[in-house]
Design a protein around this ligand. Structure first.
Ligand SMILES: NC(=O)c1ccc[n+]([C@@H]2O[C@H](COP(=O)([O-])OP(=O)(O)OC[C@H]3O[C@@H](n4cnc5c(N)ncnc54)[C@H](O)[C@@H]3O)[C@@H](O)[C@H]2O)c1
Length: 361
């Protein structure tokens, strides 16, 4: 493709803001030709914030997919709409970028992967952790051998609850905090271990009345999984909606010769004490008064900016994304999340039957 990638952005709210910041930082590679949201009042303020003009506005994604002269459709809609938009975009011969989770069910996610293959187009899975500088630097340190062979990894994403009304209902989102938040540590570990997991056991709070805090939410508000990989590495992956004080994205890595602790969300070089409070400190912080560590370029540090650049470079070359960011990686992450739910529901250990050759159980 000897030109810039033409993007149709579908959705103009929270995650669209994360993506459009990325597009604004690679304007030499990408242009936004159309933005669609059923609430069109959100579109102009979003585009203006990042200096985009000259895009078409749509309130209906069927029409947008049909009419917009684009190369890629970027899906920033609630989870239950990912499948429909992606399948329609592939039918129209477009590449697709899809926010996490890939879909609400494994069946829908499989259909998305198959639809991409049928169309000869790429499905890009937007797992931002893979581009977080504070994750990539530790991986370089591990590759140097500085902490020996990693044996055990603990990773979690936690906060006090999703802002999205769709996150309350399993039909609309596919589960609770594990599918919404835990899919980041799950996706990161799977990418690190090339999807070669062997067995897992899990517990969740169970959803509804059984939840620790969010009794009206159908999905669980606390969940944890112990998972083993083919090379013998073990991991404890956690997600919860009971964490106050801002989003926690944390990883601990224990190796034969050392260990490392990564704090993605509270690693700001700034420490501030404010009596009236600051307009913004970190994602999901309830209050900003008193002592805080306001994030510096949060979207870059959480990986969104380089994720979008990577997808644009892949689109231009008609190439698959890196491991962890392909449609099949989104599918595998969703499969694992659903097996976490199965393990928790049935009280069983789940063995990866597709990987018997690798298993060292
Ligand atoms: N990678 C991350 O860290 C991250 C963070 C937040 C959200 N997400 C994902 O991004 C996706 C969107 O989440 P969000 O937080 O932006 O949701 P949101 O609820 O803030 O916004 C969704 C937008 O979609 C629009 N919409 C809903 N139905 C529509 C339809 N039929 N046609 C057109 N527009 C429609 C709504 O008007 C709204 O503007 C979800 O899949 C979520 O899991 C990812």
């Amino acid at each position: 493709m000897d030109k810039r990638v033409r993007v149709l952005l579908v959705g103009a709210a929270f995650s669209a803001d994360l993506h459009i910041d990325g597009y604004s930082r690679c304007k030499e590679l990408a242009e936004i030709v159309a933005i669609c949201d059923k609430d069109t009042s959100k579109i102009r303020p979003l585009a203006e914030r990042y200096g985009f003009t000259g895009y078409k506005v749509y309130d209906n994604y069927d029409k947008a997919i049909e009419e917009a002269d684009c190369d890629v459709v970027d899906i920033c809609l609630p989870n239950f709409l990912h499948h429909d938009v992606a399948v329609k975009a592939f039918k129209r011969g477009r590449h697709v970028i899809c926010e996490k989770p890939l879909a609400t069910t494994v069946e829908d996610a499989k259909e998305m992967v198959e639809a991409a293959a049928r169309a000869g187009k790429k499905l890009y899975y937007a797992e931002d952790w893979i581009f977080a500088p504070a994750i990539n630097k530790p991986l370089e340190i591990i590759n140097e051998g500085a902490i020996g062979k990693p044996l055990y990894i603990r990773a979690r994403e936690c906060h006090s609850g999703s802002h999205s009304p769709f996150a309350q209902t399993i039909k609309y989102c596919g589960g609770g905090c594990m599918v919404h938040l835990g899919i980041h540590p799950v996706g990161f570990m799977l990418a690190l271990k090339e999807n070669k997991w062997t067995e897992l056991v899990a517990m969740t709070s169970g959803g509804g009345e059984k939840n620790l805090v969010h009794k009206k939410m159908e999905g669980e508000d606390w969940s944890a999984c112990i998972i083993k990989f083919a090379d013998g590495t073990q991991a404890l992956l956690e997600a919860n909606y009971v964490t106050r004080g801002g989003m926690e994205d944390m990883i601990d890595i224990y190796g034969t010769e050392g260990c490392m602790h990564i704090n993605l969300t509270f690693s700001s070089p700034i420490t501030c004490y404010s009596i009236p409070g600051i307009s913004y400190t970190v994602e999901k912080a309830e209050v900003t008064t008193g002592w805080s560590s306001p994030a510096v370029d949060e979207k870059f540090n959480l990986g969104y900016v380089n994720e979008i650049r990577h997808f644009m470079e892949c689109c231009l070359k008609n190439e698959d994304a890196r491991i962890g960011l392909r449609g099949i990686d989104g599918l595998e992450a969703l499969k694992v999340v659903n097996l976490i739910y199965k393990s928790a529901r049935e009280g069983v250990k789940v063995v990866n039957s597709e990987l018997r050759g690798y298993a060292r159980l």
